[in-house]
Design a protein around this ligand. Sequence first.
Ligand code: V47
Ligand code: SF4
Length: 372
Amino acid sequence: MMEEIDTVGIFELAEVSDDLKRIAGKVIRGERVTVEEGIVLFTEGDLGCLGKLADMVRLRKNGDRAYFIRNFHIEPTNICVNKCKFCSYSHHFSKTKWELSVEEIIDKVKEPENAVPELHITGAVHPDRDLYYYGDLLVKIKAVRHDLHIKAYSAVEIDYMIKKAGLSNVEGLKYLKSCGLDSIPGGGAEIFDETIRKEICGMKSTSAAWLDVHETAHQLGIPSNATMLYGHKENYSQRIDHLERLRQVQDRTGGFNAFIPLKFRNTNNEMSALPEVSVTEDMKMYAVARIYLDNFPHLKAYWPAVGRQLARVSLTFGVDDLDGTINDTTRIYSLAGAEDQNPVMTASQMRDLIREAKRVPAERDSLYNVIG
Ligand code: V47
Ligand code: SF4
């Protein structure tokens, strides 16, 4: 086996410990990496070695394709019952307050430039809006665009509205599905480790609640994504713990489409004193996620958060999906210090970016069917 490992050149770049060699052998043979081994990948893994392993996994799962989608975002409000310390977006920190009316949202849906396959809706947890308001919104959107895939409401928003309605997750999610909910975005996961979660976002839904919303959704045939906010106070073992909890749900349901690591950005929030992690750390995060989450079909780099050039580089560290054309309505990252203040890329710019990384651009729908 060592001969095979050497032939793929994994270890040409660095002095590698025996432990790492053994773990690399497992990855090459397509075997699952344990929690302890995941931590070793982070602590001892040389970037070149991790990149090659992650690229191998990516190639096995997705070939040379790199996916993107034509989509747009609507953020209904930034008025929030929670006060997450990393958040630059809610009314607590951003010094602006907005709440779109249903009519304003419908007008956005009708805009000719938004005649695209997917709408991503997420925002703050508004104290006065409830399950029936958000259900009705889905019905009204579908009435004007029945073909639109609506990926809506983070598990934190859903947890709040379902609890407020006094329903179980099964009942609440069945209701949202009947109104037109097609899938659930990955937001609100932050970091599952309870100690750090309490420190940085103690008011929001617990990790168990987040996971239960997703697991229940999967059981009801609603697919979803998962995220992790990294590069703040968490350590490597807490990152692996997060990935492990997701991997376990995915083993039971298979309902996650993509994992999206979200790098902590430090502008205009209560955690601004923390420095942002390096690009090396970002690429390590993508690579270890690709290796560890062996049951997740896709790894996404959300380009408005990391910038276009880093998103392109991430394609060689396990990433196979660059999210979408977006349009400039998302403010979550422009407020938190991302380079792109008006995130919008045309489909042809996305194709060019992907080709620069020597990948084959594949325009997809929300369920990863290739449509262009
Ligand atoms: O949960 C907020 C993050 C998330 C900051 O499912 C921050 O396809 C970094 O989940 N620095 C919302 N991150 C966005 C999200 C998402 C984005 C794109 C695609 C999908 C998908 C989901 O944004 C929040 C939080 O983790 N966030 N503030 C910050 N200062
Ligand atoms: Fe509210 Fe979301 Fe910001 Fe937390 S991250 S304060 S839940 S908008």
